[in-house]
Design a protein around this ligand. Structure first.
Ligand code: GLU
Length: 480
């Protein structure tokens, strides 16, 4: 074995990639890349009833979208049954494992009687007492059996978790657990070890929900006489209410965030900070910066909270710093039909202004309608507040006249003109900005008004202000 760092992400394809899984994949990826190591993807599909191929595709697709490309081919546990059987056979022949013929009923009797005597410490090891000829007899009469690992009853398992520190488990807390079920399928704690050791995995980085499995897995490593990897368990992710993040909290699938138009960079950045502390005040990181800065030693034990508001903010930061043409390309990927017939330069200009204030690609698409079409109606609350009576019509008529003499229809000149116009009338700028914005867009918020006017062009601006003069204020229209 050489010194290359080798890690893996090992999802079970029983559902789409959720945020917790994506965070595990990300941390493995970062650790591998940072150390010039290898990042493998292993599909844990031994649960044939629940595993689905479409989930494998979805998981891979989500990982690629996040930019977490893996090394080498995918590994499927379902294709490795022979290897698992061989490993079980080896342990049986070395008498490190044994066949257990106890029926369900016998096992539940055993549990009940142990509980009544003060505590159940797991399987009693009854079938260890079977003689060779008894075993032969049972095999000949095709009695079903599972295979259990023989676990020493004294001593301790000690291991150093990179996040949780020293962990000590008494051997007597671990019973002779099953490594191959009655139906012939090996169990999770067994196959994980066979795979991790054959893949020469150096670091197992996974969710803290697996921490309790680790002592059992170490027992399997010892029995198979394989090197025990270094373990790093990642803290839980909680929803805003302090409970473990789950569907109850809304979207937990990576694809949903993708469909909602979040940038993958934003999700990667946010996931990285769920449990990893950069050690300073920085919050915005690209995947590359994360790769440079990440370290296992800065993973915290404390559960991390997925705060939607914070994520939206972070998403806005990434939208802001992505070049507009790149954003446009991403929009095209999300919805190839979006404003297909509009000239790209115009779209680019729109994206450039909107990216300063919007947080997702979907926001960019849905909150930019006024760049293409005049407002068909006006936000009622805004109209009643900003264009409350006919006096605004008189004011806006004048402003329209004043706009007609602007020499160059540019952001700068438009701003100057509006300021001068307001000054002459001793009005606050808002008195003109708000009704103008309402006339042009129908909504209360948007990008800088002057830039908006420049992009729309003078003809459209004149038309829209004229239309508003006819339709506003709302009260008078209703009275008629
Ligand atoms: N297949 C397990 C899961 O999806 C991961 C096991 C591991 O990483 O060891 O939770």
């Amino acid at each position: 074995m050489n010194n290359t760092i080798r890690v893996r992400f090992a999802p079970s394809p029983t559902g789409e990639l959720h945020l917790g899984g994506a965070r595990t994949a990300l941390f493995n990826y970062l650790f591998a890349k940072q150390n010039d190591g290898k990042f493998y993807l292993r599909i844990e599909d031994t649960d044939e009833a629940r595993s689905r191929e479409e989930y494998v595709d979805q998981i891979c697709d989500s990982l690629r979208w996040l930019g977490l490309n893996w090394d080498g081919p995918l590994l499927f546990q379902s294709r490795r049954k022979d290897e698992y059987r061989a490993a079980v056979k080896k342990l049986l022949s070395e008498e490190k494992a044994y066949r257990c013929f106890c029926t369900k009923e016998e096992l539940s009797e055993e549990r009940k009687s142990a509980e009544s005597k003060g505590g159940f410490l797991g399987y009693s090891g009854k079938c260890l007492q079977l003689t060779k000829s008894e075993i032969k007899g049972k095999l000949n009469s095709a009695e079903p059996f599972c295979v259990r690992l023989k676990v020493a009853k004294s001593g301790k398992i000690l291991f150093e978790d990179e996040v949780y520190g020293s962990i000590e488990v008494n051997n007597k807390e671990i019973d002779d657990f099953i490594i191959q079920r009655t139906d012939g399928f090996p169990t999770y704690n067994f196959v994980v070890v066979v795979d991790d050791s054959e893949m020469e995995i150096t670091h197992v980085i996974r969710g803290e929900d697996h921490l309790t499995n680790t002592s059992k897995q170490i027992k399997v490593y010892e029995a198979l006489e394989r090197n025990v990897p270094i373990f790093a368990h990642l803290p839980m992710i909680l929803g805003g209410d302090g409970k473990r993040l789950s569907k109850r909290h809304g979207a937990v699938g990576v694809q949903t965030y993708r469909e909602r138009g979040f940038l993958s960079e934003a999700l990667v950045n946010f996931l990285a900070l769920l449990g990893w502390n950069p050690g300073d005040e920085r919050e915005i990181f690209s995947l590359e910066e994360l790769t440079q800065n990440f370290s296992l030693s800065r993973i915290v034990k404390k559960a991390a909270v997925f705060d939607d508001k914070k994520f939206e903010w972070m998403s806005g930061q990434h939208v802001m710093k992505t070049p507009a043409n790149e954003l446009l390309e991403r929009i095209r990927k999300l919805d190839p039909e979006w404003k297909k017939s509009v000239i790209p330069d115009y779209l680019l200009a729109i994206v450039e202004v909107q990216q300063k204030r919007l947080k997702t690609l979907v926001d960019l698409m849905t909150q930019s309608d006024y760049f293409f079409d005049g407002p068909n109606d006006y936000d009622e609350k805004t109209a009643r507040k900003r264009w409350k009576d006919e006096s605004i019509n008189a004011l806006m008529e004048d402003f329209l006249d004043s706009l007609r003499t602007v020499e160059e229809w540019s952001e700068e000149q438009l701003e100057n003109r509006l300021k001068k116009f307001a000054e002459e009338r001793e009005l606050g700028l808002g008195k003109i900005i708000h009704p103008t914005r309402l006339a042009l867009t129908g909504v209360p918020n948007g990008p800088s008004l002057f830039l908006l006017m420049e992009i729309l062009g003078e003809e459209i601006c004149f038309q829209r202000i004229q239309t508003a003069l006819k339709k506003l204020p709302l009260e008078s229209r209703e009275v008629i």
